[in-house]
Every structure is written in C-alpha cells, then in structure tokens.
Unconditional design. Structure first.
Length: 553
C-alpha cells in the first residue's frame, strides 16, 4: 500500500501486517432500506468497498432491516442499483439483518440467563425519568431485579405476541450511573407489530440497531466495522454486547469511526428528503435537484466524479462541511475529458446572413472533443438564417466585450467571420434580428489575409435546428445550510431551481440517447433525460461552464 494512508487504512494496514484475523479484511456497508441513498452515503460506500478491494478482502452489503415500519423492497433494490452504478459489486455478498433474527433472539436469551438483560415494562416517558440525564444518574426501575426465570418467561411471551406494542422492552443491565447515556440500560428489543417486507408477520419483536449491529458484524466475520462519527459514543455498547456474549477481543470486529460527508446547499436527512418527495417539492427521488445517487445520475453526474469527490474530501476524524462546488469541479473534470462537444442555443436571437445564397447550405467540419482525438469529427449544416445567444450581441458594448455588436466582426465556431451591419427591434425596442454579412474566405474560422477577431460565438442553423426541452437545474435551496438554527428548511427552497426552456440544437443532438452526457459549447454539460421519446429530446443541465468573459477584462 501507499505510504500516504488515511488513519483507517493505517489501522487496517497494521492489522494485516501483524496477521490479525489471519490477514483477512472484511468490511460491510449496512444501509437501512428506508430511503434512497445519497451523496452523503457515497463516502462510506467508497471507503467500505474501497478498503476491502485494496487489501484483497471482501465487503458485505448488509441491509439493516430491523425497522419494518419504514422499509421496503423498492428501497432495497434502489440501493443495490446505485451501488453497482457507483462502480462496486454488491450483488456478490448481500446479507440481511432479518436473516439473523433467530440467532439474535438466542443471544438475548443468553444475556438474560447471564443476568445481563431484563424485561422492563416502563413506558418511554417513564423510562426517561428513571434513566436520568447529564446532570443526574439514573435510578433503578421496577423490575430490574426480576429473577432470570421471570425475565425468560416475559421475553418468551413478548415474542409470542401476548403484549401490546410498547408495553415492554428487553433492556441490557449495564450501569445506570454511566456518564455515557447510551450505557444506561439501553433497550435491546421492542415490541412492534408490523409487516416485514421479507418475513411478513413472523416476528412481533425486533432488535434495536445498537444490539443488532455488533452481532451482525460478528456473525459475518467482519474485521473492520467502519462507521460515521456519530456512532463513536455507541462504541462502548458495541463492545459490551460482544464482551457479554464471549467474543474474544483479538478475534472479533473492531468499530472505527470517521467523519461523515456533509456538503453545502442541500439537506441529507432521509426524513427531509422524503418530505421533499411526498409533498411534491421535487418530482421524485431521482429529481436532478436531489442529492440522491439516482438524482445525481439523472442529472448527468458521472460515477467517476463522485468517487473522485470522495477521494478528494478524504477520511478524517473531524466533522466539517464541503462546498458543493468541489463536486461540480470533479464533475467538470470527468466530463471535460469524456464528453463530445455540440452547438446549442438556449436564448435565441435570429441572424440573417444577407450575402449568403438563398438556397445554399454548407456542411462545416467540427471536432467532437479536442481532449480526445479518437472522438473524430462531424458535419454541421450552415445556412442563411442562424440563431445565436441573445447575450452574444449588445447594441452598446462595454470595453472588453468581444462578442457581436454593430459594425463588429466575430468568428462563428467552426464557421465563418460575420459582421453585424444592422439590427432590427420590435415596438418595445428589443432587438429581434441581426442582419450580418459573412466572409466566405474565412470558412473554418481563419482569414487568409491574416486579420484577427477576438470573439468566437456558437450558433445553429435555424432551418436544421432540433427543438428540445432543456431543463436548467440550479441549487434547490437559497442558503448554504438549509434548516440551520431551527429555520424551516422548506422556507429556503429556491423558486428558480428549475427553469424549463426550448433550446435549438444542431441536428446531431437529436440522436443522443438517454443517459448520454454532452457539452453544449460555451454553455455547460447536459445529460439526455429518460423523458426523451417519440422524437422529442429532453436535456438536463448537469453543471455550467466557467465563463472566461467578465466586464472590464
């Protein structure tokens, strides 16, 4: 391995060199199938699967399906598909917490027999009073001194469905005065009558995650259980469960925590993302404004860019927040090398070439991607009537403006030099047409007489342009930290996060398939949307280009 290791890889590297676990590395990614995974999960995915691959180990995809009220097959399948799209192979080792329910139950019975667990019939509100808080220790609740036999009987009856939901829980008997509130007799099992998406109505008691997590790791032989930083305070309970059940320290999983991925301009709470979907603030989980993996994919963000982004953010022990511009940067880097370039006009201004033949059409040569010579070239039709961007013309341009203006000459991308001779306005004074002349000797963008122009603009031929729906996506929120300081995050939604316009594109863009990304020259990167059908193209803006022109330059 490289010498430049993050602290987790340093731990794994040392364990492998020392022969711990026989030199094996087994990690796991344990999502709960109660929502679609998002960019925040990608860091854990890349770490879990990446570390396993780097050390010739294996990574288990384990669904933590211990809460049947919120979980579904839809979410499970989406998680598998998203992880595969990110470049990993989860289908090779898929596990489910629910497949261990019988073994977990047996472990709970063992804890009761050891006097390390008891049935508590306090309500949640009553338990809060007995547990104490940061300023006072807990006090022993009624039932904590029940006999082993009575606890075994009650726990069996809990499983058999004799009690109502919430009537009682099984608790670990640990330390009611512990400074770590999670060690004050935490719940191990609760009663919950709900249909499980894999096991139906077989169970009416379900293990708590803090109890199930270490057991799942141990059952699967996980060597390094990598968790985000909020689980650090839960680690003593993780170790307690394994200690109580007799797992040897040197031959069992080790939980290691790292900082989670937080980025600006979005929310990543599953509850909030679900609210955005159910209340129709976005179209669905795969809305390109969502931080979900499927949303980013539909927007056109490449899997490689997400992996590069996670590598750039790195693995640390310190919580922080990463600017979403870093993901945009990684996206541009990948798309710049990969995407073919095309011409498209999104805010059209008509240009008539007055000295061009009425019926004449020229096919101009265009390079598909200057970054990739193997991408080849194509033909672009040129005619008497063109469209350019309205922003590429000004009646009274400021200093440093090198686009089109009255009496000014510019280069058309892959085409000719044109000069604005006249402009036409409507009744409101808005420019609606330019009348220009072209120099036929400048085909390809160079003048034989050596004259130079500083501006190059894009265009499309009006007669052959393909009309397409273009969805201009922007940030979903107007602030960098939605919902901070108790503010309702829905009040900070950006009303301009989506603008739908009609674009005029060169004919080759009419052949682009859904899921394919391209660059509209001088505008940005776009992805053909699955809504494209019946000859109607739909493109989503993935990310803009950086405009090199600024006033005064």
């Amino acid at each position: 391995m490289s010498e430049n290791l993050d602290f987790i890889r340093e731990i794994v590297d040392t364990d492998v060199k020392n022969g711990k676990h026989g030199g094996k590395v087994i990690t796991r990614f344990p999502p709960e199938p109660n929502g679609y995974i998002h960019i925040g999960h990608s860091k854990a995915i890349c770490l879990d699967f990446g570390v396993a691959k780097e050390y010739n180990g294996i990574c288990n995809l384990r669904f933590d399906d211990t809460n049947p009220t919120k979980e579904s097959t839809e979410y499970m399948e989406s998680i598998i598909n998203d992880i595969k799209w990110l470049g990993f192979a989860p289908e090779e080792r898929i596990y489910y917490a629910s497949d261990y329910f019988e073994k977990m139950y047996e472990c709970a019975v063992e804890l009761i027999k050891k006097g390390l667990a008891y049935v508590c019939d306090l309500s949640a509100d009553e338990w809060e009073k007995y547990r104490g808080d940061s300023t006072r220790p807990g006090i022993e609740p009624p039932g904590r001194q029940r006999s082993i036999e009575e606890n075994l009987d009650l726990f069996t009856r809990m499983r058999n469905g004799e009690f109502e939901d919430g009537a009682m829980v099984l608790r670990a008997r640990i330390d009611l005065s512990s400074p770590n509130i999670h060690m004050r007799d935490p719940a191990l099992y609760r009663i919950r009558r709900a249909h499980h998406f894999r096991h139906g109505d077989k169970w009416c008691i379900y293990p708590m995650y803090d109890y199930a997590h270490p057991l799942e790791d141990a059952f699967e032989g996980v060597t390094h259980s990598l968790c985000t930083l909020e689980f650090e305070v839960h680690r003593p309970l993780y170790d307690w469960v394994l200690d109580a059940l007799g797992y040897e320290v040197n031959n069992r999983p080790r939980q290691i925590e790292f900082s989670r991925l937080n980025i600006t301009d979005t929310v990543m709470s599953k509850r909030k993302l679900l609210q955005l979907v159910t209340e129709k603030h976005v179209s669905n989980w795969d809305d390109p404004r969502m931080p979900t993996i499927c949303g980013l994919r539909r927007r056109g963000v490449p899997a490689e860019a997400i992996r590069n982004f996670c590598a750039m953010v790195g693995i640390t022990k310190v919580d922080g927040i990463t600017d979403s511009a870093v993901l945009d940067y990684c996206t541009r880097e990948v798309l710049n090398a990969r995407c073919r370039r095309y011409l498209g006009v999104l805010d059209p201004l008509k240009v008539t070439i007055t000295n061009y033949p009425e019926e004449g059409i020229a096919d101009l040569d265009a390079v598909n991607n200057p970054e990739d010579p193997a991408a080849g070239s194509r033909k672009i039709p040129f005619g008497k009537t063109l469209y350019i961007e309205k922003s590429d013309f000004m009646v009274e341009p400021p200093k440093g403006y090198f686009r089109l203006a009255p009496g000014k000459e510019v280069r058309l991308r892959y085409g000719y030099f044109i000069k604005c001779e006249e402009y036409v306005t409507d009744a409101n004074g808005e420019v609606i047409e330019l009348k220009c002349t072209f120099d036929p000797a400048t085909r390809g963008g160079n003048a034989p007489d050596g004259r130079k122009v500083k501006g190059t603009i894009h265009w499309v031929s009006a007669d052959s342009a393909v009309e397409a729906e273009v969805r201009l996506y922007d940030k979903l929120f107007t602030v960098q930290a939605p919902g901070a300081d108790g503010v309702d995050f829905l009040t900070q939604l950006n009303p301009d996060s989506l603008k739908v316009i009609t674009g005029y594109l060169e004919p080759a863009l009419g052949e682009i398939k859904p899921g394919e990304s391209v660059q509209f020259e001088r505008i940005g990167y776009f992805c053909c949307d699955p809504d494209s059908k019946d000859g109607k193209q739909v493109f989503n803006r993935t990310v803009t280009l950086k405009d090199s022109w600024k006033p005064g330059k």
